[in-house]
Design a protein around this ligand. Sequence first.
Ligand code: BES
Ligand code: ZN
Ligand code: ZN
Length: 496
Amino acid sequence: MQLSFDSQPAGQIDTPALASYVFEKDNRIEGALAAIDQATGGRLKRLAESGELSGKPLEATLVHDPPGLAAERLLLVGAGKPDKFDGAMLRKVAGTALRWLRAKSVTRMTFLLREGERNAAGAEAAAEGLLLASFDSDFYKTEKKNNKAMESVALAGPEGAPVEDLKAGMERGRIIGEAQNFTRTLVNEPSNRLTPRILAERGEAMACECGLGVEVLDEKRIADLKMGALLSVAQGSIEPPRVIVVTYSPARAKPGAPVLGLVGKAVTFDTGGISIKPSEGMEKMKYDMAGGAAMLGTMKALSALKPAVKVVAVIPATENMPGGKAQKPGDVQFAMSGKSIEVLNTDAEGRLILADGITYAKKLGCTHLVDAATLTGAIVVALANINAGVFTNNQEFEERVLASARRAGEKMWPMPLDDEYRDMIKSTIADIQNISGGRGGGASVGAAFLREFTEDTPWVHLDIAGTAWLDEQKPWAAKGPTGVAVRTLVDLAMNL
Ligand code: BES
Ligand code: ZN
Ligand code: ZN
C-alpha cells in the first residue's frame, strides 16, 4: 500500500473517498471539518443535529457526491467523546475508515486529520492505523474472492497545519506500521512454512536489507556454547534449532551507554512435546514464535529510526515436538548459565529456551533486557486478550517500559513477582524445576523461572500469550496476528 501526503485544501482533494472523523455529543464540526461543512452548505451540521452523524465510536456514515467537494465520497467515522480521544482511538478510526471503504471496493482514499494541535503524533498514529488495517491473514488463498486492496492512501491535515511536522510524523508511522506488519507476516506463517531455519533466513534477509548486523547460530554452535536448555526442547524434533542475533550499533553510542537486549521466544510450533497438548485448538500454536517475530519487527523499525543506543535482539528458535529423542518429564538439563533444571513438564518449554537466550544476551554485553514471549495460558486467564502481562526485577526499568507502552497505545499491565514465587520452583533433584507443584499463579511462576537467569541485569518480561493473536476480526484489524510489543519496544529504544 502506497502512503503519501496531500497538502491541498480538503475541499479540492480529488479522490474516490475522503475520510475523516466526528466526535460524540458536542456536534463539533470544527477544525478541518468546518471547511468541509461550509463547502457542503452546512450538510454536516444538519446531519449532526438530526442525530444521524452521532460520533459514536467507529460508527461510519457515508455521504455520496458531497456538494462543493472534489471528492466522490465523504466517509465520517465516529471518534467517541472528545476528552477520551487519543492516539489509540485515532489509530482505530483511521483503520476502520480504510477497511470500511475497502469492503466497498474503493482502492484509493485520503484520510483527513482534523486538529492541527497534535500534528506529528496524530499523523504518526493515523499512518500506523492505516497500514495495520491494510493487513490480512489470507496469505494462501489461491482465489481471492474478495480481491480488494487499498492501493494508495494519502494523509491530509487541516489548512494551516505545519506540513513538515505532519510529514515527519507520517514517515515514522509508516516505518513502525510496516515493521509491525512484518512481524504479523511472520507470525501468520504456518509451521511447515516457517521452521526455525526458515525464520533465521527471513531474519537474516531483513537484517541485510536494513543494514543491521546479523549472526545465526546453528545447532553445532548452540552445542559448543552449551545452551542445554534450548537443546533439550529442540531434541524432540528433526528440525534443528537456531539462535538469531540481530544487532543495531550506532556509531554515536557513547562508551558506558546502556545496551538494550531484546530476547524473543520463537517456538515455531508448540505441540507441548511429550506433555502433549490437546488437539483442539492446537493449530494456533504456530503463533508461539510471536515474541521472536516482535523482536525482528522492532529491529527493522530501529534500523530506520536510528536510536542513540545499541540494541541486540537474541531469538532462540525451535520446534517443541514429541519425537523419539524428545526429552521426558523428570529429565534434568543444564542451562548455559550452569544452572540445573528438572523438566517436569515439557510444555513449559518457552522458559527453557529463554533461559539460554537471556544468558547469551548478557554475554553479548546487554545491560538492560526485555523479553517477549507467548509464555503462559495463565496470562490469558488473568488478562484475556486485552493487556500484556509485565513482570520485572527492577521497578524503575518496568516504569520506563510501561511509559513506552502508554505512548505507543499498547495495553500492558504490571503483574507481581514476589520472592515467594521462587519457592514454588524449588526442585528436589536439581537447582530449579520448570513448573510449580501447585496450580495457581502460572504467569508469575513462569516469570520467576526466567528471573533466575537475569541475575542483576535490569529486566522486564512481557507475557504476550493473550495479546499476540486476535481471535475475532475488528473493524480496524483482521483476525490473526497483532504484532504486539513492536511499538512499545521501538519507543523504549528511542527513549533509553
Ligand atoms: N505456548 C504456551 C503458552 C500458551 C498456552 C499460549 C495457551 C497461548 C495459549 C506455553 O509453552 C505453554 O504451553 N505453557 C504452559 C505452561 C504450563 C505447562 C506450566 C501453559 O501455560 O499451559
Ligand atoms: Zn508449551
Ligand atoms: Zn510455548
